[in-house]
Design a protein around this ligand. Structure first.
Ligand code: ATP
Ligand code: MG
Length: 421
């Protein structure tokens, strides 16, 4: 049966990379005091329309939206922020602020599948609620930096921008509208609508002509209010003291409507082309759009597939989790003895396996070889009688003798440490 386009099956070996990367992300976040949160994979569609924005590419073209059996419109999450904020607002009264949360899981966007772009993709997400100073934004940068460092990704360009707050957005919007209006006939259909409703969104269009028009548009940073400027300077100071390099990209508005004040992206390179691995920013005011009190909020999402592809291109040495220490080959009627030994060794933390299909000794050996077990032990009448087995190292056929007594787990450890791997 066909797999849905733009979605992936991930098998052992490949999944080891995933477990490793997820583990590193969670460890780094725990070290910085972020708590792990799980939220549903689906939300009411309205949540994303109100947050990500009706005019965003995500809502316009990319959402997996359908009616559930009760006739309600639901959507597979295209990103985490909206759902995490919704969840936080339900417990905000009992939560000590600032609250630092992290999540990990799949997101869904109906995009054209290509390298680094899938329809189901995984995000690591971090959010800080109730951190109203730019120190919270800096904290997110510190988290992302520590994750990328642990994953061996150093060739990173942190791009930052000030996109204005409700105080100055309207003024900038008018300036932008006047500039774009002169080009009104050349925009794509969606941008023509954006021009009237939210001209800032035009910056995020991928259409070539729209992009060209954006090149000479007025810069956000020159039109934001003194407060936004002050915050932007303070943010840069935090980055400087932590020795984090950045560049200002005054064209970056990001693809979601809810951003205010500060936005940022981490861009790296794979095979000569730029790849955004992390995007985020501040979204004060979104909680009010959800009908709740105002909470300041800031967050980011990291694209896990892209991170893994960068690590692969750098030949990162991923640890192997799927270890196979030992296969116990059983002879004829001695399969229960094999099971007994395997259970004992497993209880001692050794990765031991036994035959599940009733094969003869020869084909069990062949199977163990194919699967890459480090050792095999053949268990038959003689071994049981003498209480002694021979562990055979598969790489070179070396033999290690092992007593089948209460110390057999320890003895096997000895063999693994001195003769194995
Ligand atoms: P892009 O401009 O590449 O479309 P975006 O701005 O839409 O990215 P965000 O909404 O900021 O992306 O999501 C955060 C991160 O998730 C991105 O930086 C990227 O690494 C990853 N990401 C986004 N969309 C996809 C996708 N379709 N497939 C794989 N990863 C994705
Ligand atoms: Mg996108």
């Amino acid at each position: 049966m066909d797999r849905i386009r733009g979605m992936q099956d991930i098998f052992p070996n490949e999944s080891d990379k995933w477990l490793f990367v997820e583990g590193v992300m969670r460890n780094c976040a725990e070290t910085l005091g972020f708590g792990y949160v799980r939220v549903p994979i689906m939300e009411f569609t309205d949540l994303f329309c109100r947050s990500v924005g009706d005019l965003s590419d995500i809502v316009q073209k990319e959402m997996y939206t359908f009616e559930d059996k009760g006739g309600r419109s639901v959507t597979l999450r295209p990103e985490f922020t909206a759902g995490v904020l919704r969840a936080f607002l339900n417990i905000s009264k009992d939560t000590v602020l600032p609250a630092k949360f992290m999540c990990f899981g799949p997101c869904f966007r109906y995009e054209k599948p290509q390298s680094g772009r899938y329809r189901e993709f995984f995000q690591f997400d971090a959010e800080i609620f109730g951190g109203n100073s730019v120190a919270a934004d800096a904290e997110l940068i510190f988290l992302a930096k520590s994750i990328f460092k642990e994953l061996g990704i150093f060739d990173l360009d942190l791009q930052i921008n000030a996109v204005g707050c409700p105080e100055c957005r309207a003024g900038y919007r008018d300036i932008l509208f006047s500039y774009f209006e002169a080009n009104a006939d050349n925009f794509c259909d969606i941008c023509s609508e954006r021009l009237v409703k939210n001209p800032l969104r035009i910056f995020d269009c991928k259409n070539k002509i729209c992009k060209k028009i954006c090149e000479d548009a007025p810069h956000t940073i020159e039109h934001v209010c003194p407060n936004c400027k002050k915050d932007f300077e303070q943010f840069k100071l935090y980055l400087n003291v932590a020795d984090v390099k950045y560049s200002v990209n005054s064209r970056m508005v990001r693809g979601l409507d809810y951003y205010t004040k500060l936005v940022f992206e981490f861009v790296t390179r794979v095979q000569g082309s730029d790849l955004t691995v992390c995007g985020g920013g501040r979204y004060d005011g979104l909680s009010e759009k959800f009908g709740a009190p105002n909470f300041s909020a800031t967050g980011f999402g990291i694209g896990v597939e892209r991170v893994i592809s960068v690590m692969e291109s750098l030949n990162f040495k991923f640890p192997i989790f799927n270890k196979r220490d030992l296969f116990v080959v059983s002879v004829d009627d001695f399969s229960t003895e094999a099971v007994k030994l395997v259970i004992k060794l497993r209880a001692g933390g050794i990765s031991a396996d036994f035959d599940l299909v009733g094969r003869n000794v020869k084909s069990q050996m062949r199977f163990a070889d194919k699967m890459g077990y480090n050792f095999t032990i053949v268990l038959g009448p003689e071994e049981i009688l003498n209480n002694k087995v021979e562990a055979r190292r598969m790489s070179d056929g070396a033999i290690f003798t092992l007593n089948l007594d209460e110390n057999s787990v320890d003895s096997f450890y000895e063999i693994l440490n001195h003769g194995g791997l």
